[in-house]
Design a protein around this ligand. Structure first.
Ligand code: EPU
Length: 279
């Protein structure tokens, strides 16, 4: 269930069919003292090779993959894949979400991580187009509306992990279909040219430090191609670690530590993981 294809099994796993069942599930887990984690597309996590204690919930039922439109606003539920959102916007001639093309995530995951890209000198993040978010508050099981400015959005971060994201309202604008289509193509081609999806992986492993590129730093330490067990630092993009052959979680962690050590020694820069590690 992860794009890395690494990790043990969950003690409990659920795909609630609708909001009512989700709220009940959270309430029961809370009452029984069971930890809850939300799994999106599994594209930004590294899971340990053991039983993951607690309840893993995936919001992938049709209800949580709903998209609604009203003028230039779109309401996207947590389980909607970003590519589906992008094509929905194209169909309705809405511009603003094209930069999310090709990111292998869901709306829920993208909001919690504040997913984004670098476009020349500009950073584009989902927080640029979000107006508000509906969440479930773990403490009382109630639905709460959070405005974008209250969501603690920062580079690849937010404070939304304290909640379960249900849906978000995105503010877009009317555009010309052909232009939107061209932008989507441009973003997808750029990803294809620079990233490495030849083997299972989790995208960029580390965040970019201020004014630097994690990939470039790891590359300049000569670490492309470094192998630990079944995992390898990609030759194409040094911020990608590939699961080449039945890699264990510890293989990836060892390569991560190697990269952190080398970059610290050579540049005095600390690399902070972007991926979430489930223990
Ligand atoms: N570079 C190298 N060697 C490498 C990799 C990159 O020299 O091995 C150089 C590139 O030539 C370029 C610079 O580093 O000059 C930046 O590389 P790139 O354009 O590939 O972008 P990035 O900063 O590594 C960021 C995001 C990506 C996003 C791309 C494209 C982060 C951590 N990464 O990568 O997001 O797709 O921009 O917009 O912010 C992700 O979050 O999982 C992710 C892949």
């Amino acid at each position: 269930m992860t794009t890395f294809r690494i990790g043990g099994t969950a003690q409990f796993f659920a795909r609630p069919p609708d909001l009512e069942q989700l709220i009940k599930l959270v309430w029961v887990a809370q009452k029984k003292g069971i930890d809850v984690r939300i799994l999106g597309a599994g594209s930004n996590i590294l899971v340990e090779d053991k039983i993951i204690k607690g309840l893993v919930i995936q919001l992938s039922s049709p209800f949580f993959q709903t998209l609604q439109i009203s003028d230039d606003k779109v309401i996207a539920y947590a389980g909607v894949y970003l590519n589906k959102l992008v094509h929905f916007c194209l169909r309705h001639s809405l511009t603003g979400a094209e930069f999310l093309s090709g990111i292998p995530g869901t709306i829920g995951g993208a909001l919690v991580m504040n997913a984004g890209i670098r476009d020349g000198n500009i950073t584009r993040q989902i927080s640029d187009i979000v107006e508000c978010i509906w969440v479930i508050d773990y403490n009382n099981g109630r639905i709460k509306l959070i405005l974008a400015q209250e969501a603690g959005f920062a580079y690849r971060n937010s404070t939304l992990d304290k909640f379960i994201v249900i849906a978000a309202q995105l503010g877009l604008s009317k555009g010309r279909k052909q232009q939107i289509r061209n932008k989507i193509k441009k973003y997808i081609l750029r990803r294809r040219d620079t990233q490495d999806w030849s083997y299972p992986n989790a995208g960029c492993i580390f965040k970019n430090p201020p004014d630097a590129s994690a990939g470039q730093l790891i590359d300049s330490c000569g670490l492309k191609g470094a192998i630990y067990g079944g995992a390898q630092i990609s030759f194409r993009h040094a911020n990608f670690i590939l699961n080449k052959e039945k890699a264990k979680c510890s293989d990836v962690l060892n390569l991560m530590r190697l990269a952190q050590r080398c970059v610290m020694k050579k540049y005095g820069i600390s690399l902070e993981p972007e991926i979430k590690i489930w223990k």
